[in-house]
Every structure is written in structure tokens, then in C-alpha cells.
Design a protein around this ligand. Structure first.
Ligand code: KG4
Length: 329
């Protein structure tokens, strides 16, 4: 069978990324041009600045991705840009660029849901992984438990009712003086602390999550006790949010009778969270965690998801718009 090459284009937030992936599983190139240093001084992503920088970077990053994969546009089988969820102005840059390529090259446009991409990061990491499985999707913009029935078929079993977990990590990190984006810095700082501070946990009867209560509690404690040991506070926050994720996810595994758990999204790079979930292997659950380089936003995961949409015949019309609050089901 002929190999299928997909061109992933990712501009949903603050990374301009273009990648070439073979048959959904093999990365030929994955160029990531990050804007983090640009947004750092504002303490978070400024949407208008993000869009402008995507426009400046997109052609350059695409040329680099083709060169590194040692191919030309002619070799590509489908153009697969992200069309949501994300910042609308940022999404429109990658989507419009993808549409223009599709028209100019007469190649199919296959749009990708960014969350589907985070799940697919695992197909690039583990060549043997196949649905069905349960995915705990933990990122800067989303926190969801997703029943992945097939490569392009999903059901949301639970979701956050307020903040995404990455958002909570970033806010707490900022308050304790770690800057933006703080998730990975918190990860390091928490290792130096003792989780000795009691923090609130919100639990629901269904499989939903909430992180705004614990986030506010940490901010208040830090405000009222300026001399508190910041490493202990980070360790306590990390341990408590992990317990919230773990309790609800193990319940979802039990209720769905699924024996495979897949982590995805930027927060799945967290070492404490990964090690806590990997212990489920002792309880008969197969646990997959994505390659650290593929946890945060990148176009290879989008190209992989795009491959599965493409072979499933999910071709989009050229009038497709970006959808900032796109859901996976
Ligand atoms: O997946 P991602 O790039 O964004 C979305 O698609 O939404 O995730 C970015 C998020 C940020 O909130 C960042 O602080 C967090 O992932 N993050 C981490 C770690 N590395 C990145 N959070 C906790 N521990 C980490 N090691």
C-alpha cells in the first residue's frame, strides 16, 4: 500500500508548528516555533500578538518542515490544519494557510480538532496503541475524560466545570513567583517541597472536575502567609490536584470497564502525575504517557489525527471556519 503523508499545521495558541507524518505513526519532521519568550513579559498569552506572530512565522516554519522531511508539497497527500478549540485569531492563521495550500495544490483539506491531536500524540509514541481506551486529557485549555471508541469516534465522560488544570497550574505558579508558563517550573519546585498543607478537593457524583476552589485556596494562603514555604505549597497543590484526577479517572475506568488509560495534553508532562498513574499498571491497567516532547502543542500530533480523519473520508469544504470552543464529540 502507498504511504500517506499528512501536513499538520498547528496555530491554536502560542506555538507555530508544521509537521510531516507518515501513515499517522512516523514523524518525518515536527518544527515548533514557540512564542513563549514573547508572551512571558505579559504573564500570559496575548491573543492579538499571537496571531501576528503566527502570520510572520507560518511560511518559514512550513518550508523548514518540508526540508527536514526531505519532500516537496507534491509528496503531501492531505493538508491537515487545526480548526479548534483555541484562540480564534490564532486558529484562523493556520486554517487559512491550510485552505490556501489545499486550493493551490489541489490536495484535500482535512481539518483537525486540537484535542484529537493531543490523543494522537500517543499513536506517535506507541506504534502498537489502538482504540478503544480511556483518555485523561489534561492541558492548558481543557481537562476531560474521553472514551476513545475508535480513531475518530469519541465520547466525553467528564470535564472540568471551571478552570482547566493547566490554567490552575499557571495561575498558582504566577502567584508564587515562577512566571509564565509555570507548569513545568512548578513541577521542578514541587520536588523540593513537602506536601504538608491541607487543600480543598471538589468531588462530583458524575465524572466532572473542578479546580477553581483549590486554585483560590492556594492564592489566599499565599496572600495571608507571605513567608510560607513556596516549595511546600507547590508540592501540596500538585499532590492534591493529582488525587482529584486519580480518584475520578479510576472511577471512570471502573464504570466503563476499560483496561487501557492514555494521558494527553501539556500537563501530562508532569512527572508526579505520570508516576502516580503509572502505578495503575500494578492493578491490571495498561497506562500510556506521551513522549515528553509531544505533550505540549505540536503539529506532528495534528498530522497524526489528520491521517485518521483522512482515511475515514473526513474531507472538509473550503468554507470551513475556525471554531474556538470546538468539542471533540
Ligand atoms: O497542551 P498545552 O500545550 O496547551 C493546550 O493545548 O491547551 O498545555 C500547556 C499547559 C500549560 O498550562 C503548562 O503550564 C502545562 O501545560 N504544563 C505543565 C507541565 N508542562 C507543561 N503542567 C504541569 N507540569 C508540567 N511539567
Amino acid at each position: 500500500m502507498k504511504d500517506i503523508l499528512t501536513l499538520g499545521i498547528e496555530t491554536s495558541c502560542d506555538e507555530t508548528s508544521v509537521a510531516v507524518v507518515k501513515n499517522g505513526r512516523e514523524i518525518l519532521s515536527n518544527i515548533i516555533d514557540t512564542q513563549i519568550p514573547i508572551h512571558e513579559k505579559y504573564g500570559g498569552v496575548v491573543p492579538e500578538i499571537a496571531s501576528r506572530n503566527h502570520i510572520e512565522a507560518i511560511s518559514r516554519v512550513t518550508k523548514k518542515a518540508l526540508k527536514e522531511a526531505n519532500i516537496t508539497f507534491d509528496d503531501i497527500d492531505a493538508i491537515t490544519p487545526t480548526y479548534g478549540p483555541g484562540l480564534v485569531g490564532a486558529l484562523l492563521v493556520g486554517l487559512s494557510y491550510g485552505k490556501a495550500l489545499s486550493l493551490a495544490l489541489n490536495k484535500p483539506l482535512v481539518a483537525v480538532n486540537h484535542i484529537h491531536g493531543h490523543i494522537a500524540a500517543n499513536y506517535l509514541t506507541y506504534k502498537d496503541l489502538q482504540p478503544p481506551f480511556l483518555c485523561l486529557l489534561i492541558s492548558g485549555g481543557n481537562t476531560q475524560l474521553i472514551y476513545v471508541k475508535d480513531y475518530t469516534e469519541f465520547e466525553i465522560l467528564g470535564k472540568t466545570r471551571d478552570d482547566a488544570i493547566g490554567e490552575a497550574f499557571d495561575k498558582v505558579a504566577r502567584v508564587v513567583g515562577l512566571g509564565y508558563p509555570g507548569g513545568s517550573k512548578m513541577d521542578k519546585m514541587a520536588k523540593e517541597g513537602i506536601p504538608n498543607i491541607e487543600l480543598p478537593k471538589t468531588h462530583f457524583d458524575n465524572l466532572d472536575f473542578s479546580f477553581s476552589g483549590i486554585k483560590t485556596a492556594v492564592i489566599n494562603i499565599n496572600h495571608k502567609t507571605p513567608n510560607i514555604n513556596k516549595a511546600d505549597l507547590c508540592a501540596s497543590f500538585e499532590k492534591t490536584v493529582t488525587e482529584i484526577l486519580y480518584d475520578t479517572t479510576t472511577r471512570a475506568l471502573k464504570e466503563s470497564n476499560l483496561k487501557t488509560l492514555v494521558l494527553g495534553g501539556g500537563v501530562s508532562a508532569n512527572i508526579y502525575i505520570r508516576s502516580k498513574f503509572l502505578k495503575l499498571e500494578n492493578k491490571g491497567i495498561k497506562v500510556y504517557t506521551p513522549d515528553l516532547k509531544l505533550c505540549t502543542d505540536n503539529a506532528a500530533m495534528i498530522a497524526s489525527a489528520g491521517y485518521y480523519n483522512f482515511i475515514d473520508g473526513k474531507i472538509n469544504d473550503i468554507d470551513l471556519n475556525a471554531i474556538p470552543n470546538l468539542k471533540i464529540n
